[in-house]
Design a protein around this ligand. Structure first.
Ligand code: Z5A
Length: 225
């Protein structure tokens, strides 16, 4: 029994969470068994790590500390939630995953991409998404969307959203490099399109995958442990 592992990636305000929820609703309406989670977070330990990472009071966090915290949260999430769900054939929708570390800590912060690849493999236990939906958006447009949310400013601007524009542009370039390198796994969608149009494109792609018998995250293809 092989589950299906789908991740949603993109810069701030690109609409990942909106699209994840749309797909979740659609799949559940079809009677499918779907797990929704997010990285960082998704487990009791991961939630504690998430609040450390996003707390604006932690502006002095060293870049390497940040890297290890993202990897630590992911290691827990894979072992406690994602692997067990896939093992019993469930569909897992995850808001961000290892590509975020490549884009943010690698391209954004300038950490070594080879080191990040090794840490990602360790944290993710070798697990790769079957499909990654990359919502691509100019950072200025994304940050403007996030700024318009009707949440109080103190909750709205977390530590990373407050980074300078150049950082977010490097993150976007990083995502585009990942998409170019792995076209079979990563589908890049223009996040300027309407929500319904994007939702339809994602649905079609997922329906294709659900019909396919071979998936990289399936048991027997990657080692678990
Ligand atoms: N991070 C990292 O550095 N390294 C890592 O390894 C990982 C993460 C895993 C937390 O992520 C932070 O962690 C993040 C990267 C870093 N940096 N920050 N900040 P997060 O996923 O929890 O937070 P986020 O990226 O800030 O997500 P977000 O702000 O919630 O944005 P979103 O999920 O992409 O967008 P949204 O909430 O679905 O939509 C934003 C608004 O746009 C909302 O008002 C929507 O109604 C609107 N929207 C959505 N789609 C559309 C379309 N198509 N048209 C118009 N308006 C739209």
């Amino acid at each position: 029994m092989a589950g299906l592992f789908i991740t949603f990636e993109g810069g701030e305000g690109s609409g990942k969470t909106t699209q994840l929820k749309g797909l979740l609703t659609h799949l559940r309406a079809e009677g499918r068994d779907v797990v929704e989670t997010r990285d960082p977070g998704g487990t009791p330990i991961g939630k504690q790590i998430r609040s450390l990472l996003l707390n604006p009071a932690n502006g002095g966090m060293a870049v390497v500390t940040e890297l290890f915290l993202y990897e630590a949260s992911r290691a827990q999430l894979v072992r406690e939630v994602i692997r067990p769900a896939l093992a019993v054939g469930r569909i897992v929708l995850c808001d961000r995953f290892a590509d975020s570390t490549v884009a943010y800590q690698g391209h954004g912060r300038g950490l070594d991409l080879g080191l990040i690849a090794r840490l990602n493999a360790l944290a993710a236990d070798g697990l790769r998404p079957d499909l990654t939906v990359l919502l691509d958006l100019d950072p200025e447009a994304g940050l403007a969307r996030v700024g318009q949310r009707v949440t109080p400013p103190a909750e709205r601007h977390d530590r990373i959203e407050g980074e300078v524009l150049g950082f977010h542009q490097r993150v976007r370039a990083g995502y585009l490099a990942i998409a170019a390198a792995e076209p079979d796994r990563v589908v890049r969608l223009d996040a300027l399109h309407g929500m319904a149009e994007i939702e339809e494109l994602i649905r079609r792609r997922v329906e294709g995958l659900l019909r396919s018998p071979v998936r990289p995250s399936g048991p027997g293809i990657l080692a678990s442990g």
